[in-house]
Write a protein that binds this ligand. Structure first.
Ligand code: EPU
Length: 306
């Protein structure tokens, strides 16, 4: 079978994740157009490969052994990298899934539109951010998404409108779906300088409270209802706990940082110890927020198998 140039074999994934950890993808497809996407899905079907969707790799832990799958990463240089208001000065924007989230946040703020400034400093792609409904104390991205164009594994495109989309705390019905493009609606205009100032404040609070100088995948666990996973982990004494090159941040106990050479198995073992500490002290079972790829034995308990 002829494999097009935008599909490569045995591609290391560590460099495509913010953790900087993990083995290779059996196949990595980086389509830049809908035609290339359709071809990637067709090749995946012919290979009988599992399809995994990679965004900015900022909420992901890849197994050290890699993944025996066709990993799809939309390229941002063409159809999936668009970021335009529908008309001049419109509050409705069409945004490709491959657009880096920081680029969208800056572009919207630069037009004097407020709403996304609470996402300043969060890495990742717009596609990944929407799929997991990323956000913080002050709101999440899903609130702005009016429409999503999704493609099925068979290559059929569909538009999901607001009524067909649902967003919950750090999840949505787009998780695992292949969304390539969104319509986003913002509501407020402000002085550009005021929006930029709010962005600066959010970025600084993130830098002050989260470990941004070491590779990580953001928060490891979701916040349990009405509580903070970080605070529970902190009170359970997790800060500074270490497993090889993986360490619980001393700044925020819900972050594992890669101090250099950490393996995914070390991260998973450490995450399990953190969860046990909170369960033992508070009787609360924390659920992972990060996505785990691969069949690493250490992943099994975190996936809820134990
Ligand atoms: N806290 C501690 N010790 C810690 C960490 C936090 O006592 O080690 C306390 C803080 O002092 C605060 C409370 O816990 O009183 C909440 O902490 P924080 O404000 O940092 O918020 P969070 O709930 O831990 C959430 C998101 C973050 C997002 C921040 C800021 C989750 C799991 N986390 O963190 O998102 O950046 O709000 O808006 O929802 C992510 O999802 O990867 C992520 C980093």
């Amino acid at each position: 079978m002829a494999i097009p140039a935008f599909i490569r074999e045995n591609v290391p994934l560590a460099g495509l994740t913010t953790f900087g950890i993990g083995g290779s993808a059996r196949w990595l497809a980086e389509p830049a157009t809908r035609a290339e996407l359709a071809r990637s899905l067709e090749v995946g079907r012919q290979l009988g490969a599992q399809i995994l969707i990679l965004g900015g790799g900022s909420n992901l832990l890849v197994s050290d052994a890699g993944v025996d799958a066709l990993v799809l990463k939309l390229a941002g240089n063409d159809e999936f990298g668009l970021m335009n208001p529908q008309a001049e000065a419109s509050l409705i924007w069409r945004v490709g899934a491959a657009v880096p989230l920081p680029a969208l946040v800056a572009a919207v703020a630069g037009q004097g539109i407020s709403g996304l400034e609470m996402l300043a400093g969060i890495p990742g792609s717009v596609g990944g951010a929407v799929a997991m409904n990323c956000g913080g104390r002050d709101g999440s991205i899903g609130a702005f998404v009016m429409e999503a164009e999704v493609h099925s594994p068979q290559g059929e495109a569909r538009i999901l409108n607001r009524d067909e989309l649902y967003f919950r705390y750090r999840s949505s019905n787009l998780a695992g779906a292949l969304a390539v493009n969104f319509v986003m609606q913002f509501t407020n205009r402000e002085e550009t300088s005021a929006v930029l100032e709010k962005m600066r404040v959010h970025r600084e609070s993130k830098i002050a409270g989260q470990p941004v100088t070491f590779p990580s995948a953001g928060c490891i666990f979701k916040n349990p209802d009405g509580d903070s996973a970080g605070a529970l982990l902190d009170r359970a004494g997790c800060k500074g706990m270490r497993e090889g090159g993986a360490e619980v941040s001393s700044l925020h106990a819900n972050f594992i940082v890669n101090r250099g050479g950490a393996t995914s198995s070390e991260v998973a073992v450490l995450a399990r110890r953190m969860r046990e500490a909170v369960l033992g002290k508070f009787g609360v079972t924390l659920e992972p927020e990060i996505v785990l790829w691969g069949t690493e034995p250490a992943f099994i308990p975190l996936r809820g198998g134990e």
